[in-house]
Design a protein around this ligand. Structure first.
Ligand code: RAT
Ligand code: ZN
Length: 424
């Protein structure tokens, strides 16, 4: 039965978005059996690199990044807590996220008392396994995609020579290959040596094929360095077949592998790393790159599927137009510096207006398990608000809507469209 009024539509959309279980298409999470790689708990939340960067804006000159990072995690967390939550109000998005997370976990009273030590005691009573259950349930997560880097020894020990079981119901892997696009030969060489593979272009292909067999990834993922341009056929012809650089690794390794193994490539554009190396993970910046690099990929490789997200706000409109032209391109999420309510709102409006439901509205990029709670709650509030407006406009244009129809669309925007794209 059609919804009869604007109020009925608003309330249905709000409720359906709040209740939908999401596919989180990009995170940096690990399952419990990957030991220390699984980050969770209050000290990890407080030392999230977004917050560390924010802390350093106002930190006393005596606490240099070097000194800070030399401290124990708990001492780092104390500094951030004191500076960003006690000496001033935690109104930034990353700070508010910690508060939302603790409140949703039922720790509102401890937050009210600003009692960090009691919060720590609560976390000390959780087990990693039980906590994964709790967070997935609270955040309403179907499953997440993880970031798995075959060039990082601390990760690969969990996979090779003997692979641990991976809880694929909740964690699906993504093979992260930034090293190819930055042409980081040192790190590629180490990985080749580890497996006794020769140092050639063919060798790099072999290496990645091994990792595809081991990790069973759903896609390749890479951040695109701002200097990378899609190399033309003419440029490629100037390279000897044995040349190893980012252009040849892209065109002779990554793209052919993606096609042969039917693995989409998830690309992230517009980050620049690092602009302040002392801040480590928090030291990267944003830059506006050319959307046409992606257009060339989509055009020249019609058999390869591309997932893409851009960091620069100014590129969002151009990206939507591109996605409107290429069936082998799927936009996902509002990434990093775009994952702020004002920008999520703007981006979501443009996307719905140009693409309808054929995109993935958000990913969390969670590094700390608990962040799933706030990242999804905050994003859903904004995206839900935008959708309410869209459906009300449609209603006033003369289209009747049922709850079931809205539910179908909402499911697409929070994971269904991604799954349809992956199955294409
Ligand atoms: O958002 C982040 O946590 C960044 O540090 C990056 O990891 C980014 O998400 C990426 O995957 O490159
Ligand atoms: Zn990420």
């Amino acid at each position: 039965t059609p919804l009869k009024s604007e109020e009925a539509i608003r309330s249905a959309v709000k409720n359906l978005v709040e209740e939908v279980h999401v596919v989180d298409v990009h995170t940096h999470l690990f399952p419990p059996n990957h030991g220390k790689l699984m980050l969770w708990g209050i000290d990890e939340l407080l030392t999230y690199h977004y917050l560390v960067a924010e802390y350093f804006i106002t930190a006393p000159a005596t606490i240099t990044p070097e000194k800070f990072f030399a401290l124990e995690k708990q001492a780092q967390a104390d500094l951030v807590w004191d500076s960003l939550f006690i000496q001033r109000s935690p109104i930034s998005e990353a700070c508010r996220g910690v508060i939302t997370t603790l409140t949703e976990l039922g720790l509102g009273e401890l937050v009210e008392r600003r009692d960090l030590n009691e919060v720590r005691k609560w976390f000390a009573k959780q087990t990693p396994e039980g906590y994964v259950d709790k967070v997935f349930e609270l955040a309403k997560i179907k499953y997440v995609l993880t970031t798995n880097i075959p060039f990082e020894k601390k990760e690969t020990v969990h996979w090779y020579p003997k692979a641990k079981e991976f809880d694929t119901h909740r964690f699906q892997t993504g093979l992260r290959v930034d090293q190819l696009l930055t042409g980081n030969w040192e790190s590629i060489k180490e990985a080749l040596d580890e497996m006794g593979i020769e140092h050639t272009i063919e060798g790099v292909k072999k290496l990645l094929e091994k990792w595809i067999t081991i990790m069973k990834p759903k896609y390749f993922m890479a951040a695109v360095p701002p200097t990378l341009e899609f190399p033309s056929d003419e440029e490629m012809s100037t390279y000897a077949p044995s040349t190893i650089n980012s252009a040849t690794l892209l065109r002779r390794v990554l793209l052919p592998l993606a096609e042969q193994h039917h693995l989409p490539i998830a690309l992230k554009f517009d980050s620049v790393r690092p602009i302040n190396p002392a801040l480590r993970e928090g030291g990267d910046g944003v830059v506006t790159t050319k959307v046409s690099t992606l257009q060339k990929l989509c055009l020249n490789y019609p058999k390869v599927k591309f997932l893409a997200t851009f960091l620069a706000r100014v590129n969002q409109h151009e990206l939507c137009v591109l996605a409107n032209k290429f069936g082998n391109l799927h936009i996902y999420g509002c990434w990093w510096y775009c994952n702020n309510p004002s920008i999520v709102e703007e981006i979501t409006r443009i996307r719905v207006e140009l693409l309808g439901t054929a995109f993935t509205s958000q990913h969390s990029d969670a590094r700390v398990l608990d962040q799933l709670i706030y990242k999804w709650k905050h994003s859903k509030a904004v995206i839900g608000g935008v959708l309410q407006d869209m459906y009300v406009k449609l209603f006033h244009a003369g289209w009747s809507l049922t709850r079931e129809e809205i539910q179908r669309d909402v499911e697409r925007l929070f994971g269904g469209a991604y799954e349809e794209f992956m199955e294409k």
